[in-house]
Structures are given as structure tokens and as C-alpha cells.
Design a protein around this ligand. Structure first.
Ligand code: ADP
Length: 499
């Protein structure tokens, strides 16, 4: 049977977790479950989760549609208080939930706890945003006309999230959806259902009314279509692969739903000859390898001035070889596993293909199976030198701990190479030259631009999103979230004619 979530699992006991629909934790109607295992150790069974079907989706959408009628009229101040309370609850659990995240997703404990803390910060930020003005007052041609706009909620929304930030990304979509009066059907990645449960639990424990937030776990092949094709779902916020994003474009265009996509990246870090090399090395290493390279904002191309390229590549190779790769629950581990076996095999295959194509391997280069790492999805952090920008390694997102160095002659060529991919999410430049920094900011095709810091990182109070194939021209977080999760009503109010 499904139990309400508990936060301290008895040692050895494997729990079964339900969906959260209309304010209740429930098993899938079919009773089916699926297993969730630790990517660092496949013998570690984390739990069993509801393998939902179309009838569970129907129940979740019906609950979200019903709850919308009162949630849309609930004072934003009341919504803000609920988000504040959920933030406090999640904060009180940050160590446990961070540990769950690491066990389920595989990033290091420091990153797991850090990401959970970020989800807390996001909930707090949107508690504040809910209390900001939601419209504007305008002058009118009419002498006595009160003319203003007000932003209203959209309705029941679908939030579809990936596994790589299994609590922060759901938080940064769900918090604004709720803050601005929408209801939610939340479909997390199949590989990270426990983090989804933990987030929903904090919001449920804060006293969110039944039906306002509904969680359905399971495989996209069973539940995605009934969710995204349902006319009651008026908007979809999605982060994931370009392939799935493309399918959602078609579905939502056909039925006229609002859509927000956050997709892939092939993010460049440009290192100019005048850069502080030590700082650039440290930042490029972090950008490429933290979270095992599984961030959409990860650095996957180091575009380095040719005068520096050999020295930079050699030093970077030394640092990459020195990274401690292993069980992310161990405090001294720097790099955990990939999310699952299939990903590890896929990334190792890409590395093999690049080697076979003649690209020079400097560090890493395949699966790691010694020191107990045969039980998990481990791939060695990998560096290639003298990468051809037009090759697969130079163009495609590998989503793993793989970095290629591309030598260039100066800033103009660096920017041309940086812009030569279909993506445009984030980009970095390392230089001491202010003029070059400004030229880079002006010409780089990326939605998030850094000078002298790594490509990864997104603070909740500013817009986040990409250009070109990385996004859908909308932005998430900061004030941009209000634009996506609301619509404008323009109101003319005139006094009745004098009797
Ligand atoms: P990733 O490579 O990050 O797993 P996916 O696009 O496969 O990228 O998955 C991101 C999210 O989208 C997950 O929650 C996944 O279950 C969901 N998803 C997968 N296929 C579809 C689909 N056809 N429609 C809607 N959501 C989907």
C-alpha cells in the first residue's frame, strides 16, 4: 500500500510512494509501480513509485481544473504565505532531502544539499513576487475612465521536468505557477520521482488546498500524451530534450496552448590570451565537470586562444585526471555517476566515436569499473584536444563529463565558433580586457552570458533561458515567470451616466 511520505526511512525498509491527487497520496489506479535505483549503486533500491496511466492523469487534471475555480480567487497574500511556509518546511529538511537527491540523481552531497537550498530560495522568492503589483494604471481618453491592466492566472498547467535538477527545476516552475494563481499537474522525470515527492510534500504540509498541486509519477510513454493533449491544460512549462520539446511544439500549436521550453545547450567558455589562466582553468573545470557535466548550462567547449591552447589543455588535463570520481554520498567525492547505465553507455560511446574519428584524447575516455564503480553508471571525466568545431563533438550536446578544447585566433574567431552551433543557452568569456568583454556580450548568441565565471549557474531573481534551439523565446524565473504564468486583462471602468 501507498503510505504518506515519511522523512526517515527505517533502515532496509523499501517504501512505496503514491501520486498526490486532490490532496491525497494515492497508488496508481492500476496498482502498478516502478522501481527507482541509486545510479552509484544499482543494488540500492530507493523505493517503488506509482506507475501512472491515463486514468490517473484524468483524475489529476480533473482535480486541478476543479481547484482552479477557488485558487484563482485566493488572495495573492494567502498564496505567498503558503509558499513561505513551504520554504520553511523544506529548509528544515534540507539535509535529508539533499541526501535523497544525491542518492537518487547522483550529484555530490554538497551539490544535492545546495540544490535543495536553492529550491527553498526559489519558493521564498515567489512568495515575494506574489505580493508585487500585478498590473498598471493608464491615462485614458475618457475624462472619468479608470483604465488599467491586471494579470490573471492561466488555469490548470502541466509542469514537465527533467532529472538533472530534480528539485530546483520543479520548484522554479511550480512556485510561480502557484504564486500567480494557476493550478498544476506535475509530471517529474521518471528517474527522479523521490525529489518530486519531497517538494510536493513540503507544499502539501504547508497547507496547500486540495487539487491545487497534483503529482503523477511514471513513464512518459504512458502519461505524457493524455496530459499534454488535454484541452483543460492551458499551458505547459517543459525542460528536457530538444526531441521532446519538438513534439510539444506540435501538440500545443495544434490545440492553441501556451508553451515554454527549456532545452539543450552546447555552451562555450572562451579563454583569451590575456585571461587569468588559473582562474579560467578552475572555472572551466567546474563548468564542465560538476554534476558530472549533466547541466544544460554545462561547459562543453573550451574555445582557447591558440597561443595559450597547448599549455591550457595540458594543465586542464592534469586537473581532470585528479578529480575523485565515486560514490557521491562520500564527502570527498567530487564527481558522481551519470544518471543511469544507458546514459553512461551512450556517453562512453560518444567518446569512443570521437577517438575513432581521430580526435586527440588528453584525459579520461570511457567507463570506470574499478574500486566498486562497476555497480554504478560511472564515466571518467574526459578531455579532448584540438577539436574540430564542425565535428559531432564540437556541435552536439553529449550531456556528460566531456569537454573539448577548440583552438582559435583571437576574439572574432572565438565568437564565430561559439555561435556556430544550433544552441544558445549560456556562454563565458575569460579576459582582463573590458572592450573585449563588451564586444563578446554584444555578439554572443546566448541567453545567459558570463564574463570571468563559469557557464553554469542561475540565480532565481533574474530571467533564465536560451537563444536559438535552446529555448522557445520565453524566459523562466525572475519577473519573466509572471509573463509566462499570467495573461493580461485590460479594464475600462466608467461611471454610469448621471441620472
Ligand atoms: P531527458 O533527456 O532530460 O530525460 P526528456 O525530454 O526525455 O529529456 O525528458 C524530460 C521530461 O519530459 C521527463 O519528465 C520525461 O518523462 C518527459 N517526456 C518524455 N517524453 C515526453 C513526451 N512525448 N511528451 C511530454 N513529456 C515527455
Amino acid at each position: 500500500m501507498v503510505s504518506a511520505p515519511t522523512r526517515s526511512d527505517a533502515a532496509g525498509a523499501v517504501q512505496t510512494w503514491g501520486n498526490y491527487i486532490a490532496g491525497e497520496w494515492r497508488p496508481a489506479k492500476s496498482g502498478a509501480t516502478f522501481e527507482n535505483r541509486n545510479p552509484a549503486n544499482r543494488n540500492d533500491l530507493i523505493g517503488r513509485f506509482a506507475a501512472s496511466g491515463a486514468d490517473d492523469v484524468e483524475a489529476a487534471i480533473a482535480a486541478a481544473a476543479e481547484a482552479f475555480e477557488s485558487w484563482r480567487l485566493t488572495s495573492p497574500i494567502v498564496r505567498a504565505n503558503l509558499l513561505h511556509k513551504a520554504a520553511n518546511i523544506l529548509e528544515s529538511r534540507v539535509s535529508e532531502v539533499g541526501r535523497d537527491l544525491t542518492r537518487e540523481e547522483g550529484k555530490t552531497l554538497k551539490e544535492g544539499i545546495g540544490e535543495t537550498g536553492r529550491a527553498v530560495q526559489i519558493l521564498r522568492y515567489y512568495a515575494g513576487e506574489a505580493q508585487q503589483p500585478s498590473g498598471e494604471h493608464y491615462p485614458s481618453m475618457g475624462q472619468n475612465t479608470l483604465l488599467y491592466t491586471v494579470r490573471e492566472p492561466l488555469g490548470p498547467t502541466a509542469i514537465i521536468t527533467p532529472w538533472n535538477f530534480p528539485i530546483a527545476i520543479p520548484a522554479w516552475k511550480i512556485a510561480p505557477a502557484l504564486a500567480f494563481g494557476n493550478t498544476v499537474v506535475f509530471k517529474p522525470a521518471t528517474l527522479t520521482p523521490l525529489c518530486a515527492v519531497r517538494l510536493v510534500e513540503a507544499l502539501a504540509d504547508a497547507g496547500l488546498p486540495a487539487g491545487v498541486l497534483n503529482l503523477i509519477t511514471g513513464s512518459a510513454s504512458q502519461i505524457a500524451d493524455p496530459l499534454v493533449e488535454d484541452a483543460r491544460i492551458v499551458a505547459i512549462s517543459f525542460t528536457g530534450s530538444n526531441e521532446t520539446g519538438g513534439k510539444l511544439r506540435k501538440v500545443t500549436a495544434a490545440r492553441g496552448a501556451k508553451l515554454q521550453l527549456e532545452l539543450g545547450g552546447k555552451n562555450p567558455a572562451i579563454v583569451l590570451a590575456d585571461a587569468d589562466v588559473d582562474h579560467a582553468l578552475q572555472q572551466v573545470l567546474a563548468g564542465a565537470m560538476m554534476s558530472t557535466g549533466q547541466k544544460c548550462t554545462a561547459t562543453s567547449r573550451a574555445i582557447v586562444d591558440r597561443r595559450l591552447a597547448a599549455e591550457f589543455t595540458e594543465k586542464l588535463g592534469d586537473r581532470i585526471r585528479g578529480l575523485r570520481v565515486g560514490d557521491p554520498l562520500q564527502a570527498d567525492t567530487q564527481i558522481g555517476p551519470l544518471i543511469d547505465e544507458a546514459s553512461a553507455d551512450r556517453v562512453a560511446g560518444e567518446v569512443e566515436a570521437a577517438r575513432n574519428a581521430g580526435t586527440r584524447l588528453v584525459a579520461g575516455g570511457g567507463r570506470l569499473t574499478d574500486q566498486g564503480r562497476d555497480k554504478g553508471a560511472f564515466v571518467a571525466p574526459t578531455l579532448f584536444a584540438d577539436v574540430d568545431s564542425s565535428s559531432r563533438l564540437g556541435q552536439e550536446e553529449l550531456f556528460g563529463p566531456v569537454l573539448g578544447v577548440i583552438p582559435v585566433d583571437g576574439l572574432d574567431e572565438a565568437i564565430a565558433v561559439a555561435n556556430s552551433v544550433k544552441f544558445g543557452l549560456s556562454a563565458s568569456l575569460f579576459t582582463r580586457d573590458l572592450g573585449k568583454a563588451l564586444a563578446f556580450v554584444q555578439s554572443i548568441q546566448a541567453g545567459v552570458v558570463h564574463v570571468n565565471s563559469e557557464t553554469a549557474g542561475a540565480e532565481p531573481q533574474v530571467p533564465f533561458g536560451g537563444m536559438k534551439g535552446s529555448s522557445s523565446y520565453s524566459r523562466e524565473q525572475g519577473k519573466a515567470a509572471r509573463e509566462f504564468f499570467t495573461q493580461v486583462k485590460t479594464v475600462y471602468i466608467d461611471p454610469p451616466p448621471a441620472a
